[in-house]
Design a protein around this ligand. Structure first.
Ligand code: BJ8
Length: 431
């Protein structure tokens, strides 16, 4: 695939059957294809194994959707989610499919602003707008969605989203005190009961154990990729790793894991052969902060466009999604659910208070990744990450780590200003 002949495949009949706004969606398809080609396919010296992930983008509105629709015909539930806190293992154990529906596009924001206030997080607006405008086949294919109470923008939006698609909500605790853990355990059990009622059968112990192995393997493969990209000079671009991390939220997990491992095999060889995508003397940057949902490639584009390379994403579309594994032989159903609850409680989202584990995690990832500096990335109106940034900034100052904070949205309006700031930061860390 090259940047001239790349296109995202059109499936107008399938979209029609999903009650989408086909004409409008087709225009968005062309724009996304152009953006993808310009951002990814113009890079030099990419590993061959990335072709699978390019193809996942070419088929993002068709091939994978067909798989979801076929699963539905077999009575398997398709569940949309918006947060790394939703236990995918339970969905898989019910033979269901989990798809991440967080929005990373400016294109759907005006649809949301017809209903929602303008001054809330662009990720929430973008997701809501995809449903409101009927311009996302994943939303249209989902049987129902599961939101959570991580932040105010999300939890209040679910009440309104429920007018358009059945929307259930998991209560995520805001602290990690013993009482909060108890409450979270009961939420996980309720989630399991809901998934079982839609799937029409109870989840067996064997099925849940298998699902845990599938998810552990997927997370292990992503950990492996992240470790390998830390090599200096780096064998794969930050943009390409981000792409893989984003596709993790909608691809079939067993196939995805095999493809990530194949990519890792190739990268190991590249490291042995000294093959790199890093121009001589390039600055190595770690990103920390809010998740970058597809197709939010704005910051990676700016940083790598300025000649640096991104070597780590401390984010839920990044290490927060895959850093923690689960014990695989936990015994009876009650013990497994307890372990599952524990695994998910380790996610250090800024919605928790206090959340000092995240500060330590950021410092640890900085050291492991061999980065020269950290950019903390936050979305506009995300109060929890924007405030927690103060603690990250202080910790970096204490450790002498070069640091920059960026707060942005999905519009292109601030690109010029961000470019100037990013370039100044890169100069500072390469001096
Ligand atoms: S566990 S990071 S995926 S909530 S950026 S919508 S918090 S206003 S994304 Fe997240 Fe789960 Fe936490 Fe991870 Fe709200 Fe902030 Fe927007 Fe956010």
């Amino acid at each position: 695939m090259n940047s001239e002949n790349f296109e995202i495949k059109a499936y107008p009949e399938m979209w029609e059957s999903l009650d989408m706004d086909v004409e409008r969606f087709d225009t968005m398809r062309l724009m996304l294809g152009e953006l993808f080609a310009g951002t990814f396919l113009t890079q030099k010296n990419r590993p061959d194994g990335i072709a699978y992930f390019d193809n996942m983008i070419a088929e993002i509105h068709g091939g994978r959707i067909r798989e979801l629709l076929n699963a539905k015909k077999e009575g398997r539930p398709v569940i949309g989610t918006f947060c790394a806190y939703i236990p995918e293992e339970i969905v898989l154990a019910a033979d269901g499919i989990c798809v991440g529906l967080c929005g990373g596009s400016q294109g759907s924001v005006p649809d949301a602003e017809k209903t929602l206030p303008r001054n809330i997080c662009p990720m929430v607006k973008s997701a809501f707008g995809f449903k409101a405008g009927r311009i996302c086949p994943y939303f249209q294919a989902a049987d129902f969605v599961y939101g959570e109470t991580t932040c105010d923008a999300k939890k209040k939006t679910w009440e309104i989203l429920d007018d358009m698609i059945p929307t259930y909500v998991m209560e995520i605790p805001q602290t990690k005190k013993p009482g909060a853990v108890k409450m979270w355990t009961s939420e996980v059990k309720d989630f399991k009961a809901k998934v079982e009622s839609v799937a029409g059968s109870e989840i067996s112990l064997v099925k849940l154990e298998d699902a845990i192995k599938v998810m552990n393997n997927k997370r292990r493969a992503l950990q492996r990729l992240n470790r390998l990209r830390h090599a200096n000079p780096t064998p794969i671009s930050g943009k390409d790793v981000l792409l893989v991390e984003q596709i993790a939220f909608y691809d079939e997990p067993v196939r995805f894991t095999a493809q990530v491992n194949a990519l890792c095999d190739e990268i190991e060889q590249r490291i042995a052969d000294g093959v790199t995508v890093q121009p001589g003397g390039a600055a190595r940057v770690m990103i920390a902060g809010v998740p970058m949902a597809l197709p939010n490639w704005k910051l990676h584009n700016l940083v790598e466009g300025a000649g640096a390379v991104i070597v780590n994403e401390e984010s839920c579309i990044g290490t927060r999604y895959y850093k923690d594994l689960m014990q695989e032989d936990s015994g009876d159903m009650e013990s497994i659910l307890r372990e599952l609850t524990k695994r998910y409680m380790q996610i250090d989202c800024s919605c928790f208070t206090p959340n000092d584990d995240r500060i330590d995690q950021v410092l640890q990832e900085y050291k492991e990744s061999g980065a020269d500096g950290i950019i903390h990335y936050s979305l506009q109106f995300c109060h929890t990450y924007n405030v927690e940034e103060v603690k990250i900034r202080r910790a970096c100052a204490k450790e002498g780590i070069p640091y920059m904070f960026i707060e942005s949205d999905y519009s292109p309006e601030d690109i010029g200003q961000l470019q100037t700031r990013v370039e100044a930061f890169l100069e500072q860390i390469t001096e």
